[in-house]
Design a protein around this ligand. Structure first.
Ligand SMILES: *Cc1c(COP(=O)(O)O)cnc(C)c1O
Length: 389
């Protein structure tokens, strides 16, 4: 009643969660293939995570970034030890991580090459968040509607279009920002050739290559970071969503040389790198980096992909394509996906997300079981049968 009407919500209020299951007020059990939109990497309220959060909350909930805390320092070290990164800046959300990356890119160019170098290339159909910088990077004008003018200096090109990429770069380019797999854009993977060319051109024009791994990062695709599937390494990487398993936390990871542009006083966040969120992230990383965990994500992703492929073969009149990597999969339909998602919600108590009207997106907790993938596929088949062309 009192909430802004900015969300279209399903008619349910959840009171409890465990693993891949959510429970509503009436005790109904839901199988969760949304996972807070790729956030609850370890599932709902996993014991280790709840425990670490409680313990940290009993010790220290917040201090200013004028001081040091151990969880933040430990987490930064872990992120660097397991990536190309050498320095980390913490914030609270995905949009804030993108803001930090964009500001870093402009500041780095300003400091090293002068104020003229300020253009940022981004992709059509990308999604980078809702704050003004992130919104301006987002290549979907529908999100700009009524909010313009957006921040100047952004140029959008179609994903996987190498010619457009070559034409977009100039001496004025300070950065290019890419999602390795466009999440909100419809689960669209970038080709390795495109990513390689972006790296080559960024080097040629002394621009930064920024990967927005907010959705693809933290094991979602079967590697800790999706850039590891490509043959390139970015200069800056944005993280959030799965990073702290459900606690709010964002980060940018960058090389030392690049992060140097954020000198004292240039950027900040009051809550960024909060000790409770960082303690949670330490548990997530410990789990995801444990022996065999990422291999399991890859195997489960393959199982999910195969199940979806089987459906695509069986229902070619309704299914256009299966796309994705690991436990980030999309099923593009030839019909609206909303009735299918609604059927699954109402009849089968399964949660998933619809993007771009026609794409069903599957981002279950990384700990999802094979039998739950089977259950999803069975329910999905029924749902597909129930909707008419
Ligand atoms: C979700 C998302 C964001 C925005 O994150 P918020 O925490 O909602 O601000 C940015 N980029 C990508 C790729 C995302 O998936």
């Amino acid at each position: 009643m009192y909430l802004a009407k900015n969300y279209k919500r399903f008619p349910v209020a959840f009171v409890k969660g465990k693993g891949t299951r959510l429970f509503d007020e009436e005790g109904n059990e839901y199988l969760d293939f949304c996972a807070g939109i790729a956030v609850c990497a370890l599932g709902h309220a996993p014991d280790e995570l709840s425990k670490a959060i409680c313990e940290q909350a009993q010790k220290l909930i917040h201090v200013s970034n004028l001081y040091w805390t151990e969880p933040q320092a430990k987490l930064a070290r872990l992120l660097c030890e397991h990536s190309f990164g050498e320095r980390v800046f913490f914030c609270n959300s995905g949009a804030e991580a993108v803001e930090a990356a964009l500001k870093l890119a402009r500041r780095y160019a300003w400091k090293n090459f002068g104020p003229e170098k300020n253009e940022i290339i981004a992709l059509e159909n990308s999604f980078h968040g809702r704050t003004y910088g992130a919104l301006s990077a987002t290549g979907q004008p529908v999100y700009w509607q009524g909010f313009e003018p957006i921040v100047p200096g952004f140029k959008h090109i179609p994903p996987n279009d190498i010619k457009a990429l070559e034409e977009a770069f100039s001496q004025k380019t300070c950065a290019i920002i890419l999602e390795p797999i466009l999440g909100e854009g419809g689960v669209i993977p970038l080709s390795d050739e495109f990513v390689q060319e972006a790296r080559k051109l960024a080097d040629k024009y002394q621009a930064l290559l920024i990967f927005d791994e907010i959705q693809t990062g933290i094991g979602r695709t079967g590697k800790l970071f999706a850039y590891e599937w490509t043959s390139v390494v970015p200069d800056v990487m944005c993280l959030a969503k799965g990073l702290a398993g459900g606690m709010p936390l964002g980060a940018i990871v960058a090389t030392e040389k690049v992060m140097e542009a954020l000198e004292p006083g240039t950027h900040a966040s009051t809550f960024g790198g909060n000790p409770v969120s960082c303690a949670a992230a330490l548990v997530v990383l410990e789990k995801v980096l444990a022996n065999g965990f990422l291999e399991e994500v890859t195997l489960k992703g393959k199982a999910l992909f195969q199940k979806l492929e089987n459906l695509a073969e069986k229902y070619p009149e309704k299914i256009a394509q299966v796309r994705g990597k690991g436990l980030m999969q999309g099923l593009e339909l030839k019909i609206s996906a909303t009735p299918v998602a609604n059927f699954l919600f109402e009849q089968k108590k399964i949660l998933l997300t619809v993007i771009k009207d026609r794409v069903l997106r599957f981002t279950p907790p990384l700990v999802v079981a094979y039998r739950e993938i089977d259950a999803l596929a069975e329910a999905l088949e029924e749902a597909l049968q129930s909707v008419s062309l």
